[in-house]
Ligand binder design. Structure first.
Ligand code: ZN
Length: 378
């Protein structure tokens, strides 16, 4: 015990030294580990123009062996390390894009350092991919997800089950989309089956929901549209609802990720500086700045849908549905109205109206594409 007391007092006296920065990168995530010789207080905050995550390490010094700048790696464009004041060592992590970030630390052990861990994660990949597909000459790929299926009937009206109704609407939408020369649709399920990973015959709801998004990603879809029908105990409630999430809300609550600070701007689509407008027909996702496109395309679809379908709300509603949470793919979920309401059910089972719903969704996508072109050429 005497030894332990001595050890703690020695820790207090010694000044922490930042010995090393380790960086591991994957396509969509980058992790930094700051190795310090001693425990220290630290603070993390973010700044813009350029985008920066700043880590202040109190009472710390940099090891002379550690370079004061580190070049591009993963989501990091540059790192600078310098004493900000005599009592503060500042590590500035520049990123090309606005990212999600998460901070944690690992206490020092008997033979390990004190470590500050910063995780960076792409935030707007889905939005940028959608914009580039909207303005490009390449085909836009749209994944249509008829909700439920197989063992999971969804809700049911007096005359139809949700899983059967939404498959009909999805098939109509697919054939309309496939008639467009610059679009192509894929169906997440094209029969009465419950989508499960690795073609398993059975799985849980959450496994199925993840599998649906995965199938869309594997098909390189730019947009994911999930189609459902609603039900409510009060049979008077009726009308369709469109759901979409803003990008910063796609991170699950309690995941510890935060979105980097960004200045308020009305423009949520722009070309990155240095990218020529003349190349608009072949723009890649990483040449665009864009966010919240799930909500923007949701609004466009809603504005067309409401011409033929009674809508409950005039704007997309934010809800944490599993299929809406991917940051890698823009997504909307449409509750085509209520099977618990007799008038809505009558409307929904009529093939003419199923076609109207599909046509409205398609017009909405086309409107979004046209608006995105205009916006980016401004
Ligand atoms: Zn449903």
């Amino acid at each position: 015990m005497v030894f332990l007391v001595f050890f703690i007092s020695a820790t207090v006296i010694a000044k922490p030294v930042l010995k090393n920065i380790r960086i591991s990168k994957e396509d969509l995530e980058t992790r930094l580990v700051l190795d310090l010789s001693e425990t220290t207080k630290y603070k993390v905050f973010t700044l813009n123009r350029p985008n920066r995550v700043v880590v202040d390490l109190y009472r710390s010094n940099k090891s002379s062996k550690l370079k004061s700048t580190i070049g591009k790696k993963g989501l990091i464009s540059k790192i600078r390390i310098a004493n900000n004041t005599s009592t503060k060592l500042r590590v500035v992590i520049e990123t090309e894009d606005i990212v999600f970030y998460k901070t944690s630390h690992i206490p020092s052990g008997s033979n390990t350092n004190f470590r500050v861990v910063i995780d960076l994660k792409k935030a707007y990949e889905g939005s940028r991919t959608l914009v580039s597909a909207a303005v490009n000459k390449q085909k836009m790929i749209i994944a249509i997800d008829p909700g439920h299926g197989g063992k999971d009937e969804g809700t049911r009206g007096k005359r139809i089950k949700e899983k059967d109704l939404v498959l009909k609407i999805a098939k109509r939408l697919k054939s309309l989309i496939d008639n467009e020369k610059d679009m192509r649709a894929i169906l997440i399920r094209d029969d009465d089956s419950f989508p499960c990973p690795q073609k398993r015959s059975n799985c849980s709801q959450i496994e199925s929901l993840n599998e649906r998004v995965l199938r869309a990603k594997n098909a390189k879809a730019h947009l994911f549209i999930s189609i459902h029908a609603d039900s409510f105990k009060d049979s008077k409630v009726r009308g369709a609802t469109l759901y979409a999430l803003s990008d910063s809300r796609k991170i699950a609550k309690g995941s510890d990720y935060k979105i980097m600070y960004q200045p308020k701007s009305k423009k949520n689509i722009a070309l990155k500086s240095g990218v020529s407008k003349r190349l608009i027909n072949k723009i890649k996702a990483d040449q665009v700045q864009a966010y919240d496109q799930s909500k923007v395309i949701g609004q466009a679809i809603l504005s067309e849908l409401k011409k033929d379908v009674r809508m409950r709300k005039k704007i997309p509603i934010e809800a944490q549905f599993a299929v809406l949470k991917s940051t890698e793919i823009a997504s909307v979920l449409i509750e085509t109205s209520y099977l618990s309401n007799p008038s809505d059910e009558k409307f929904l089972i009529n093939p003419i109206n199923q076609n109207k719903i599909a046509a409205g969704i398609l017009r909405g996508i086309k409107l979004y594409n046209a608006n995105s072109k205009k916006e980016i050429l401004k």
